[in-house]
Each structure stands twice: as structure tokens, then as C-alpha cells.
Design a protein around this ligand. Sequence first.
Ligand code: GZL
Length: 307
Amino acid sequence: STASVGSGTRKRDPNKPIVMGFAQVGAESNFRLANTRSVITAAKEAGIELIIENAEQSQKKQIEIIRRFIEQKVDVIAFSPKTETGWEEILQEAKDAGIPVILSDREVNVSDDTLWTAYIGSDMVDEGRRAARWMTEQLTEKDHYRIVELQGTEKSAPAVGRKKGFEEIIRQYNRFEIMESYYADYTFEQGKQKMGDALRKYGKQIDVVYAHNDDMALGAIKAIEEYGLSPGKDIIVISIDATRPAFQALVTGKLNVAVECNPLLGPQLMKAVKDLMEGKELPMKIITAEGLFTQETAKQELQYREF
Ligand code: GZL
């Protein structure tokens, strides 16, 4: 179904710049920093007045920031919701104030989907499927592969989707087992810490680490090296985002594959906002196109990577 600016939306002076409030989830990862840069640059290029605030990975702060945007009577609100749930109240307040809300990069799970106007981002379940498909195609010699999973923020749409997609594929084979799954909040530090826990518990039994983002994968790589094993060889490392640090790890052979999750959503977001303010209908979901990068393609690709 499509969404357009309902009759309840506040009228605005077309001669004044559009004012957008963006409640960014945090600064937890390289993806997030690139995403923030993209939003800021694209708003400038689009002539949209941007108020962007950092919620420091706190849903409570994100709600308070959105509430301030409503009080400031911005024309449109966009945010990357930390978790899927807990948004009904604040989204209802925005709707009652006639302010459309666009979901950037992460989806929400709310009872009433008229509370948000459009989602611009990736298909997280498909990212999980792509990661698993690469693994099932590459790891065929042994009859049992033991996997440690490093999940992103608990109940965040990317973590829920990436786990779902990965498991959907591996359950078609009987040689893959997720031995244990840890939450590591998309950060390098927690990825390193939780991988250290896994190594102390399972040691050389671990064949694969499936990390929901590069920062956790790079933390795990550090932990594997400190444990005395060779990441990318003794333990296969799979990651999602495909930021520049991941490409460097692909080139040095410490990471085996990076599934792309594109943070450069700024231009699509600003175009959607302009269309919305002109009364055009928006598709409910605008999914960004994405690839997958291996050690073979990384050297060539690194020079083109913007993030
Ligand atoms: C996914 C995004 C995730 C990234 C992480 O679209 O929300 O959050 O994969 C980031 O790097 O922290």
C-alpha cells in the first residue's frame, strides 16, 4: 500500500525551507557514522533545514528528542529506531500533531502502521540469508560446522532480521550449528569481549563467527588473535555492513566475507521528504540495493568505497 500526506498534516509555507528533525540512534559503529554523514550532506544539498540529535543508543532519549521535534513543530521527523517496539505513544503524538514520520535504516513493529509514513533502508532478513548462503556454498568439507553468533542490539530490527534470515538458510542443511549467540550491541568493544568469552568456553571447537556488523566482527578478530588463533583461517569470520575497515580486513585475510548494508540513505531520504511535502504518494518501503564482498573482490573494490 502507499502512504501520502494525510489531511491531518500541518499546512506549511512552500516558500520556507522544509525543517526536518532527525533522531539518530547513536554513534555505535562505522556504519552509523557514515549514515549520519550521509543525512547531513544530503540535507544540505537538498536545501532542507536539518536538526539532528544523537540518542546515544537510548530509546528513552530517542523518544525525548522526537517529543522536542514535535514541540518545535518541525515539518517532518525521521529516525532510526533503536528497537522494533515501544514507539506507539510517541508516534501517536507526532500523528496528532500532523507531523509525518519516516523510518530511516531500521523498521518498527507497531500495532498501527499508519503511525509511520515510509521506511527507507535494507532488507535485513535478506542480509542474513546472503551471509548464510555464502557460508553454505564455501563450507562443504566437514560434516559439522560450529558457529558463534554475535548479535546486534537486542530487539533491534537488523538483529532480529539478520538472525531470522541466517537461520532460515542453515536449517536447510544438517552440518551447521549455532553453538551460542551473544548480544554485542554493534560495537567493537562488546564484539571483542563476547568473542573472548566464546573462545574461553569453546576454543578451537569454533569454526565460524557470524557477526551482525563489521564493528563486532573486527572486535572478534582482535579476540581471536589474542587467543592465538588466525582469524579468517582457523576461524571463518562473516560480517554485515561492508564498511571500509571491513574491506581492509578482507584484504589482509582476517575477514572472509562482508555482506553490504548501505548507510548512504541520505539522498533517498531527502527525495522522499520533498515528494511528501509536495503531496506526492510515497511507497511504504524503499529498499536499498546491496551486494556482498569477498577477499577476491575486496582489493579491487576498496578504492571505490565511500564509507
Ligand atoms: C543496519 C543498522 C545497523 C548496522 C550497524 O541498517 O541499523 O546498526 O548494521 C549499526 O553497524 O550500528
